[in-house]
Design a protein around this ligand. Sequence first.
Ligand SMILES: [Zn+2]
Length: 145
Amino acid sequence: MARYGDRMRDPAAGFWTLVGRALRRRCPRCGNGPSFETWLRMAENCPACGFRFEREHGFWVGAMIINTILSFASLLAVFVGGWVAFWPNVPWTGLLVATVSVAGVTPLLYYPMSKSLWSAIEMSYHELEPAERTAANARVAQNSP
Ligand SMILES: [Zn+2]
């Protein structure tokens, strides 16, 4: 159980530590609690430190932007990679099927990563507000035996 004092920066960890936690789908604040219950369902709060992942209304717009960038980059890589690899006899139908498949699968594949990454990136420059810290500590205290 992690509790943070009022004097230290919350979270105390630096940018790359936060990103590392996000890539492991852990709470960016403490690194202990899993941030996802299933592949597509994020927990509301960290079970270890009580941090509420959705910090404000509209918070996940940044995650949507990350997901869109990653998905389009994958789509472009498959399309251009296939085009270059098979030039001059490009199998357009096969390339179209592959590209559309990538466009359908990658947003789901990147979904948890984009949310946890956004949470970590946002937290790296926007530390917890006192009210968030108080609420998180109250959740932890409520779950303690
Ligand atoms: Zn946590």
